[in-house]
Ligand binder design. Sequence first.
Ligand SMILES: *Cc1c(COP(=O)(O)O)cnc(C)c1O
Length: 416
Amino acid sequence: MYENFGISKELEDLSNKIEKDIEPVFKKIDNVCEINSLKVLNAFQKNQISDMHFDSTTGYGYGDVGRDTIEKVYSDIFKSEDALVRSQFISGTHALTVTLFALLRPGDTLLSINGKPYDTLDEVIGIKDNPSSLKSYGINFEKIDLVNNDFDYEKIEERLKKSKIKVIEIQRSKGYSARKSIKIDQVEKIISFIKSIDKDVIIMIDNCYCEFVTETEPIEVGADIVVGSLIKNLGGGIAPNGAYVVGRKDLVELCAERLTAPGEGKEVGPTLGINKSILQGLFLAPSVVAASLKTAVFASKMLEELGYNTEPKFDEKRADIVQTIIFEDPNKLIKYCQGIQMGSPIDSNSIPEAWDMPGYTDKVIMAAGAFTQGSSIELSCDGPIRPPYIAFEQGGLTYEYGKLGVLKALQRLTEK
Ligand SMILES: *Cc1c(COP(=O)(O)O)cnc(C)c1O
């Protein structure tokens, strides 16, 4: 059967061998999945989710009970005061943008303490010129780089003592950088350090790709506001679009007023029939995140055995669902991504190429044979065409499909 699918006997044998090595890692992933499933089930039951919450509104979206209850469920899962879970957020970038514009005012300073934020925020912040950037409104931006994959405590302290910082942004997942993703205990430690110097600075977390990877979420360790996408972890592959913001009530309110209109806030926003998908996606999310993690572990070990440089290593503690492979060769990066596409259920016969995607500085190749356009909780692989030519692979709705996709990509990689 594998041969019919175009997978060589050698790869099949290697795969059978390494699946034994990775078993203990899978066991740990299953444990976390169970804890998060319990968290989700508790939140559904506490909020008495029922058929009526699948109903939805059109037009202004006043009195959408399903939407309002979904936000309560999110608050319970994150242990936050409030939540905004909306399909009117077009993407994670949009939710981050709304949050930044909601929290910052002219003259304020935004500080990133993990170096430069995610590529698509360049024009939002004004790192790359844009007449609608935060910078164009007189909002300052500063960054402090990580040292040895951890925060630079000394520089952060020095900066906080110099003059007022309004918002500190922490992006946990690595984005398109070569650093490691930031673990929840690192987040906990830096937040208590920051708050001991200035208790008023708002800590904002870009939590994309990190939800349900461990049993603790950022609000529990002191973050004020947390942002993520629904076509990543929490959508469970079912939510058709959208993003979430959870956190302090006053801050979520500011975000709502920026997303809709001052004075309307959370009261409006039609759900147009997607409440059930958001709930069902969230229900499946712990398992889907577990499948993605297993796919990443499998890929990491296979590629390592084949002599490639991977990060994280298969048995390393993970902060997110992203697996990177440092190819040091643009052709290998492109081939691997093309192989992922060939192993996909949708558009398996199209060959992705690198292109100038809006919001990104370098050309980017993206493989995603996904049911939902651009969904990266489904098996997907992408990377900017710049040295050291890193592939960023993530997702996998089930481990079995994830594994098949990875095998297909490895096969493509070995072909001349
Ligand atoms: C995916 C992602 C985003 C947002 O990306 P969108 O494609 O706009 O949803 C932001 N930050 C990180 C770290 C991400 O992984």
